[in-house]
Design a protein around this ligand. Sequence first.
Ligand code: PRP
Length: 481
Amino acid sequence: MGSARGSYYSALKQITKVANSALSLRRICNSIAKSAATAVQANGCRILSLNPQKEYLITVGAYGLSDLYLKKGPLDVHKSLPDILDGKVVFIADAAKDKRVQYPQIALAQGISSILGIPVLEKGEAIGEIRIYTREPRQFSEADKSFLLSVADICAVIFERAELHQLLEQDYKANEKRRKSSRVSPLPATTLRPTSFAHPSEEDFAKLLDFYCIEWLYEPRSFPLRWEGDKIAEMFTPDFYLPELDLYVELTTLKQHLLTEKNRKLRQLRELYPEVNIRLLNKNDFLKLLAKYGYGPLGEAKVEGIDRVLYSHAKIQRRVKTLARHISRDYAGQRLVLIGILKGVVCFMADLMQNLSLPVTLDFMAISYYGGDGQVVKITRDLDSSITGQHVLMVEDIVDTGMTLNYILSHLSAHNPASLRVCTLLDKKARRLINVPLDYVGFEVPDEFVVGYGLDYKGEYRNLPFIGILHPELTKGAEPH
Ligand code: PRP
C-alpha cells in the first residue's frame, strides 16, 4: 500500500508539473495519460473530451494504445460506456463481452480486457473522461479510483484553460476580421476543440462546418487497406466524419500526384468497406454538398441576412424526435388533439405529429394583435371541433412574452378539455412577461431574432430548413421572435 501511495504521489507531482507547462494540450494530455496508466499499473490510458454538441468523445491524449484502437471509429456518448457522463465511475471487467462497450470486436482483437472509466467534471457536469485499459482482466482498488478522480479534476482545469485560450484567440481573430470588413460576422463560440489539424485547409473546413452548425469529428477512424501476413501494411484515415450525414470526408488538394494516390486509396476503401460512405471534396464540392441540405451560398433557400445558424436541420430533427418520444410515452393509450397557432408552427407541427406513436387529430387557430402597442389578442380563426373532454396539447413554435399562449390557454380551458398541456419548440425565457406553464420544450433560445423552420421576419424565411439568427442590422427596431 505504501508503495502504491508513493507511486500516486510521484505521478501527481509529474502531472501537476506538466499541467502547468507551456506544452500543447495534446502533449500535456499524452503525458498525463502515461503518468496515470503507469501509477495504476495499467497498459493504456486515453483522455477524452466531449465535442461541442455533446454527442461524441474526442481523444485529447493517449498512452499505450495502438493507432488502430484510437481511431476505431466515432465514440458515441450514448453507446460507449454511457454512465460515465452521468458522473459515474464505470468498471468493465470484460470489454469483449460487455454491452456498454461500443466496439467489443476491436477490444478483443487488440487484446483489451478491463476498462475503468472516470468522469471529468466541471461544476458537476461531465465534460470528458479518463479511461484506463488493461490486457489482463483485473479489478481496481478504491485508492486507484480516488487517485484517478484527482487526475480527472486536474484535467477539468486544463480543459477549461484550453477552452478559454481558444475563445480568446477566436475573439481576437474575429475582431481583426471585423476591423477589415464590417460585414463579416464573428464565428459562433465553440467549446473546446482539442484538435491540431494537419493542414490549414482542414481547419478552414472545420470552421465552415461550425458556422453551419454541422457536427464533425476529426480523423475518428483509420481503415486498414493492405495486410502483410497478420500485420497491417497500409491504412487510410479520412480527414473528417460528419455524423449527421453519416459521411466521411477527405479533403483534396490541387496537386495531381496526391489526388491520384488518394483516389486509389478511396477505391480500395470502397471495395473493402462497401457500407462506408466517403467523399473526396474540394471547397466547391463542399459548398454544393451544403446546398443539398439548404445551407451556404449555393443553397436554394434564401439565407441572405442570416448572421449564423443556431440549430441545424439535423439538430432540430433529433430534438423533435426526442420530444415526440416523451409525449408518446406520457399519453400512451390515449387519443390526443394537437392544436397549433398559425402560421409559425407549421414546420414543427408537421414533424412532431409524424413522430408521435399515438392516434392524434389536428386543429389550428389564428390570431391577430391590435391596440396601440399590439398587446391585445383577438382570435381570427377558431377551432373546427369541440375539445370538451379531450386531451389537448397546444403546439407552439416559440413562446416569447407569453401573451399569446396565456390568452389561448384561458380560451381553451373554458371549453373544459380533459387535460391541457403545452409543447413549444423554442422558449425565449429572457423576454417573458407572463408566466405560462410549458410542459415540453425543444430549446431555450437566446434573446435574438430567430427565423427559419416556420418562423418569419416580415413574412419571409419561414422555408429555411434550419433556425438562424437574423443579422442585427436588418432587425434594428423590430420586435424579436
Ligand atoms: C409568434 C409565435 C407565437 C407568438 C409568441 O407568432 O408563433 O404564436 O409569436 O409570442 P408571444 O409569446 O410574445 O406572444 P407571430 O405573431 O410571429 O405570428 P406567426 O406565427 O404567423 O409567425
